[in-house]
Design a protein around this ligand. Structure first.
Ligand SMILES: Nc1ncnc2c1ncn2[C@@H]1O[C@H](COP(=O)(O)OP(=O)(O)OP(=O)(O)O)[C@@H](O)[C@H]1O
Ligand SMILES: CC(C)(CO)[C@@H](O)C(=O)NCCC(=O)O
Ligand SMILES: [Mn+2]
Length: 894
């Protein structure tokens, strides 16, 4: 088991059995064994998600017994008065945006608190963050089924600030709860809300809200807007300084057309009553469809030429090229039905639906273009649920805008299309703080429906609501308890993996395009289409890594995940899934419940993979880093806290057992030989034959710089980004850290905030270092001076001042729960620790190859990895599996 412990279970798919760390392979029962496990933080202390809400720590004090290992920490400045729910009640649909946070935060993790203190991050009594971290959920209901919406709100207690709010806990009925609401229904249904939920709706202007919502999304979500032409979706990078003016077209039941000049600066310049309600209403009458989706699905199998009068019908099959109209251009929507001696029932519902859809989409595109022309605007953003992420609808609108503007104006769509108004209403709460959030504070995740409100749901059972309501996160399914939700989910798995229609039109080049090419596809169900909009995690503690040379140009992913790459990763991840499920289930004791959750996880993750295979851009611009993180998040969603926990422990123990021998060997070498041995050790140790296999070998350059250290200029502070547990960290990175410490460099070990495969976490690392320090004076001295050992063994250091203290050895978390790292979103403690750093060491494939191979930093950087993947080796360096990367990028040379 320990033999393979330098390998990463997924990033090195070619590495089975090949990568061996001899020393560990021979390790038996170890002298140091057991220590790491013993000092590890208990599972309950592990943060459950990267988006774990950040608490206001100012004035934090320990409550109760100081001897207690887990004392409660009082957070006097932590406010509870956060806004939780906002509504947009439109003519067709009710949109809810609600905020949730976890309930289990009475105490802040000790390592974090003491690290924050050391880094001077608990500045006095000042509030650290303007906004509380949490999650924004997006849900919708049909306005005609308002009761289901009211049930949903009351079951989740959203109107009382959620199940963790004080008013709920105490069972008290606060008499004047006010909820922000917009849309016509805020007026129409105010009494009903009062009656049913006892809340007052505070009305916010609909146009204000639409604009506020759109501006927020365009400002704060990286891949919110996209173009859609000829079936191709392309995300648009919006330049914040060049956003205004634009035209916002909200296609709801009716259509509002708004010229937006800035935040809160806009004018509704037009509208049209031919909108989503028209399509759905006329369509229902003419086709007897029972739902909007059914109608839309029909259109995908339609042929509108049986209904529409085309130019060719009028011109005897010819184009009217003089004015640029091809024979296939619609001359008159529904025009053919006048000449025919036919009844409605003689027409195919499919054809009717497509004719209607084309008529209305094209008309909206054209009117929008005319308004853009009126004000000289080049960009038109389309929102509203009529769009419904439907390829053909978007292509038709884009076609109209492009055709009439002769390519001058651009139609763009928004991923949160229908939620603009509800988001805007949410933003209108005074204390939401959303304005202060920046792109790097937001992480979008795509859950399949596990409970979000912090475990159990209180409140009455909801009967068959599950089948009826249409929510964007599916998460009402858990209302009857976790297990019933789970079973439903597993049943639903097949539905969710159903194919997405492509259905894009083919342009004829002259004012017309053909009907959808894809026939017979099923429209992605509303619930699964909802996978397009994730849950928005607000993480105010995230920061841009300050040592990034150019954050604007930074792209974490080394290789673009195009369809080919996807196919490759799809297979790797699918093949690995059974093994991962086994490990995950075992990590939770192999109980029936764990098995059920394992099943559900496999379903959910497969559904994600299938969805992305069909449409790689479904979740925004997605890279490998996102894909790997999605898997970890998915595990967490099904409450697998740490699938590799026991494997990691065993590997740590085995490695710690041989550490003393390794250190002794290292100490017997001269400095130059030792440095080489150390770097080799990091690069998966002894199987590695230096020289013959290195494809990037800057070792000599690094050595020169390091040995120059001796002559009076050692690195001041090095950040070591560690990767796997076991040999990798114990016999690779820790000895390297020790060498740096020996030279007088401060060392910051940077580890994952949350488990990801067998990666070591920031919670586990102090325990491991403490164990290692038992065998080494250098480590012991440094760790004791930094309080690391104290943290690991005893508990929080209470007498530390709030000023930053220079300490030789620290562990900080990176803010990630994935094998890769995106330096645009790291923990604030890493950002703080980076301030004085002049050396970065990135280790392992995830952090230095799959991501960041090409990243540039403001200080010297060493990237170390063994390429445990034949395909990647070929692709990146024309090399071979087990080639090694030792890439040194001194800052003065760049
Ligand atoms: N599941 C659905 N049920 C009904 N309509 C849907 C559904 N999904 C998409 N639609 C389309 O979305 C339209 C409603 O969009 P949206 O929710 O943005 O508008 P609204 O707020 O209800 O209307 P308005 O703003 O005009 O009052 C419907 O008229 C229909 O065309
Ligand atoms: C009336 C609203 C604003 C309600 O959302 C919307 O349905 C709409 O913009 N309708 C179009 C009305 C018009 O301008 O002709
Ligand atoms: Mn509306």
């Amino acid at each position: 088991m320990a033999a393979n412990n330098n390998s990463d279970p997924i990033l090195d798919e070619g590495g089975e059995g090949g990568v061996k760390h001899e020393a560990v392979g021979e390790a038996g029962e170890g002298k140091g064994g057991g220590g790491a496990a013993a000092t590890q933080a208990p599972a309950a202390m592990l943060p459950r998600s990267g988006s774990r809400p950040q608490l206001d720590l100012s004035g934090a004090a320990i409550h109760g017994n100081l001897e207690d290992r887990n004392p409660t920490i009082l957070l006097p400045n932590q406010s509870d008065d956060i806004s939780h729910l906002a509504l947009d009640i439109g003519g067709s649909l009710i949109k809810l945006v609600y905020f949730s946070r976890h309930a289990e935060h009475s105490s802040e993790d000790k390592r974090k608190l003491s690290t924050k203190r050391r880094l001077g991050m608990l500045n006095g009594g000042r509030r650290s963050y303007p906004v509380l971290g949490g999650r924004l959920h997006f849900v919708k209901f049909e306005t005609g089924k308002l009761n289901e919406c009211l049930d949903f709100i009351s079951s989740k207690q959203l109107h009382r600030g959620g199940v963790d709010s004080p008013s709920w806990r105490s069972g008290a009925q606060p008499d004047n709860i006010v909820i922000k609401a917009t849309g016509g229904g805020a007026f129409k249904y105010a009494d009903l809300f009062k009656e049913r939920l006892g809340v007052s709706l505070e009305k916010e202007d609909e146009m204000d809200c639409l604009v506020a919502g759109a501006n927020f999304l365009l400002k704060s979500i990286r891949h919110e807007a996209f173009t859609h032409m000829d079936g191709q979706k392309e995300y648009v990078q919006i330049d914040q300084n060049d956003l205004f003016p634009f035209l916002l077209v909200n296609v709801g039941s009716g259509v509002s057309i708004i010229k937006v000049d800035g935040h809160g600066k806009f004018q509704r310049v037009s509208g049209t009553n031919v909108g989503g309600g028209t399509y759905w209403g006329l369509g229902r009458l003419m086709t007897k469809c029972k739902s909007f989706d059914e109608l839309l699905e029909l259109s995908q199998r339609g042929d509108n030429s049986t209904i529409d009068m085309l130019v060719g019908d009028i011109y005897g099959g010819l184009d009217y090229s003089k004015i640029g109209l091809s024979a296939s251009t619609i001359a008159s929507s529904f025009g053919k039905t006048i000449s025919d001696d036919k009844e409605l029932s003689d027409y195919r519902p499919e054809d009717i639906s497509l004719s209607l859809l084309r008529m209305i989409s094209y008309n909206i595109g054209q009117i929008s273009y005319l308004n853009a022309l009126r004000y000289g605007l080049k960009r038109i953003f389309f929102g509203g649920f009529f769009i419904r992420g439907h390829a053909y609808t978007m292509d038709t609108i884009s076609f109209a805008v492009n055709f009439w503007s002769k390519g001058e104006a651009k139609a763009m769509f928004l991923r949160h299309e229908g939620f603009l108004g509800a988001l805007g209403a949410f933003m209108s709460y005074e204390k939401h703080g959303l304005d202060d959030l920046r792109i790097h504070h937001l992480v979008e995740r795509f859950p399949m429906g596990a409970p979000y409100v912090g475990g159990k749901i209180h409140g009455p059972p909801l009967g068959d609501l599950n089948e009826k309501a249409s929510t964007s996160t599916l998460d009402h399914g858990n209302l009857n308890g976790f297990i019933s939700w789970m079973e439903k989910f597993v049943q639903k798995g097949t539905q969710i993996t159903a194919p997405v229609p492509v259905g894009f039109p083919v342009t004829t080049g002259m004012g017309g395009f053909e009907r959808p090419t894809a026939k017979g596809d099923i429209l992605r169900s509303d619930a699964s289409a909802a996978l397009n909009v994730g849950v928005l995690h607000l993480v105010p503690t995230l920061d841009v890594f300050p040592l990034l040379e150019d954050p604007k140009m930074y792209e974490p992913n080394t290789i673009d995940l195009d369809l080919n790459e996807y196919k490759y990763w799809f297979k790797i991840l699918s093949d690995h899934l059974p093994d991962l499920v086994d490990k995950a289930v075992a990590s939770e004791g192999g109980t029936d419940d764990a098995k059920r959750r394992g099943d559900a996880f496999a379903h959910a993750f497969s559904a994600h993979l299938a969805r992305l295979m069909e449409e790689p851009a479904a979740y925004g611009k997605f890279g490998l880093a996102n894909l790997l993180e999605l898997r970890e998040e998915c595990l967490r969603e099904f409450q697998f806290v740490d699938a590799y926990v026991s494997i990691k422990q065993r590997e740590n123990e085995a490695s710690l057992a041989v550490l003393p021998d390794l250190l002794m060997e290292l100490d017997s070498m001269n400095e130059e030989a030792r440095l080489l041995a150390l770097i080799e050790g990091v690069l998966a140790a002894n199987i590695f034959d230096w020289g013959s296999r290195a494809c990037i070998d800057d070792f000599d350059m690094f050595k020169k710089r390091m040995l120059a250290d001796k002559k009076g200029q050692p690195y001041k502070r090095a950040l070591l980004f560690v990767d796997n547990s076991g040999a990798d960290v114990v016999l690779g990175m820790i000895p390297l850290a020790r060498e740096l410490l020996r030279n007088g460099t401060e060392v910051v070990l940077v580890a994952n905030s949350l488990p990801a495969l067998n990666d070591v976490t920031a919670n586990e690392l102090p325990g491991i270092v403490a164990e290692a320090a038992k065998h080494c004076g250098i480590l012991r001295k440094a760790a004791e001076a930094g309080g690391l050992i104290f943290d690991a063994m005893a508990g929080i250091q209470d007498d530390l001042k709030d000023e930053p203290v220079s300490v030789p050895l620290m562990v900080v978390e990176n803010g990630c729960g994935s094998p890769c790292i995106d330096f645009r979103q790291v923990s604030s403690e890493l950002a703080a620790a980076a301030k004085d750093a002049d050396l970065l060491i990135l280790e392992g494939m995830g952090r230095s190859l799959h991501t960041n191979l090409n990243a540039r930093f403001k200080c010297d950087t060493l990237k170390l990895a063994m390429v445990k993947n034949q395909r990647l080796a070929e692709k990146l360096f024309n090399g071979n599996i087990y080639d090694c990367i030792c890439k040194f990028e001194p800052v003065h040379l760049t």
